[in-house]
Design a protein around this ligand. Structure first.
Ligand SMILES: CC1=C(CCC(=O)O)c2cc3nc(cc4[nH]c(cc5[nH]c(cc1n2)c(C)c5CCC(=O)O)c(CCC(=O)O)c4C)C(CCC(=O)O)=C3C
Ligand SMILES: [Fe+2]
Length: 346
């Protein structure tokens, strides 16, 4: 007896044609004061791919694979799909669930880590959609952070191993893990005592390296920062880090984007174009390790994360960081409220 009568995949959403790009970007950045020039710059990244982000198609394939996985494991729950920023929108999915009589659903959010952007914001958007539908909307809980689940680690480790196998002489090879940068103010209030986002990324990176059989050095760096230069974000940026590595005598770099489950625009543009170009300019051999995409381990992980909640199946975790409930009231605000001294005066 679990009390759940449905599962909903909740993802970021992405444009599927050039006309979608600017409206999508306006949805993502609504109320955030991101300048129009930044939007136009980001729009260019999407236009290199015909305005199509692979993220929606990836969601469709994950849902198909997960339905098969549910059938095979006797989990008899329908799977809905709602995005935060582009159709199919969360509010429409919640409307449909309500019409179908769903009372309590479990949300699979497609981000592995804590922090406002990667967790709390998903919960807020789910709750906004429920509020828009009204009293009869189902209750929706979120699955836990899964950065150290063996299916997540295994999915990345396989891809990293495949890249390493292409390098004959690994003496001066460096493995570089990347995740999306976030403002340091957001990092400082991630998790119960702060910095849990970067701690989780670091733990995932170490586990992926270990499971790929990589005993050489690895680093964790950040990618895809936005926001005004005056606002500090997590550093170093992957491009700056490549310069440091070249100066240290590294000749081959393998970049594994553990911050993302699939190849979307940040991976295809910021890594496969920008960082690859930076590396070429420095004379570095550059290999980008794959993301799990719809790897069987990753799909099996989603099944496990549902099974944990519907039938109290044991938690599969490889890491040592304490777990924390991603839905604690007030956890991971976008920023801390200003200290009293600072809010007085100007
Ligand atoms: C931590 C994190 C993840 C990983 C967790 C997760 O997966 O959720 C992530 C994922 C993604 N971010 C994405 C796209 C964008 N993120 C933006 C802006 C921002 N991201 C931030 C953080 C993150 N972002 C932050 C702190 C901002 C600035 C402030 C704000 O707006 O909150 C902007 C606005 C323009 C810009 O400023 O760059 C865009 C277009 C896409 C879709 C890609 C596609 O379409 O293929 C995906 C999966
Ligand atoms: Fe983002």
């Amino acid at each position: 007896m679990s009390g759940y009568d449905a599962v909903i995949l909740v993802s970021f959403g992405g444009p599927e044609g050039s006309g979608d790009v600017l409206p999508f970007l306006r949805n993502v950045t609504r109320g955030r004061g991101i300048p129009e020039e930044r939007l136009e710059e980001v729009a260019e990244h999407y236009h290199h791919f015909g305005g199509i982000s692979p993220i929606n198609q990836w969601c469709r394939e994950v849902i198909d694979a997960l339905r098969a996985e549910f059938r095979a494991s006797g989990i008899d729950l329908p799977i809905y799909w709602g995005n935060r920023n582009w159709p199919p929108m969360l509010v429409d999915a919640v409307t449909q669930m309500t019409a179908d009589g769903v009372k309590r659903a479990l949300a699979i959010c497609t981000s592995a880590y804590g922090s406002y952007s990667s967790c709390r914001q998903y919960v807020e958007d789910i709750n906004a959609a429920r509020a828009a539908v009204g009293e009869s909307a189902p209750a929706i809980d979120k699955i836990r952070h899964f950065f150290d689940h063996p299916g997540f680690i295994g999915g990345f480790a396989k891809q990293l191993r495949a890249s390493l196998d292409q390098i004959d002489n690994q003496t001066n090879t460096r493995v570089v893990f990347t995740a999306h940068s976030i403002p340091t103010i957001m990092e400082d209030c991630s998790g119960p005592e702060g910095a849990r986002y970067s701690d989780q990324v670091a733990e995932a990176a170490a586990l992926v390296a270990e499971h790929a059989g990589w005993a050489g050095p690895h680093d964790v760096v950040w990618q895809s920062r936005s926001g005004p230069p005056s606002m500090p974000w997590l550093e170093p940026d992957v491009n700056d880090h490549l310069k440091v590595l070249a100066a240290e005598g590294v000749d081959t770099v393998v970049v594994s984007p553990v911050g993302f489950l699939s190849d979307h625009i940040e991976v295809l543009w910021d890594l496969d174009n920008e960082a690859a170009e930076t590396a070429a300019g420095l004379g570095l051999r550059y290999l980008r390790a794959g993301t799990p995409e719809i790897d069987a381990d990753l799909v099996g992980m989603f099944r496990d994360l549902v099974a944990e909640r519907v039938s109290s199946a044991p938690l599969k975790r490889l890491g040592k960081l304490p777990a924390w409930d991603p839905t604690i009231e007030g956890c991971c605000p976008a920023r801390r409220p200003p200290a009293p001294e600072k809010s007085r005066g100007r």
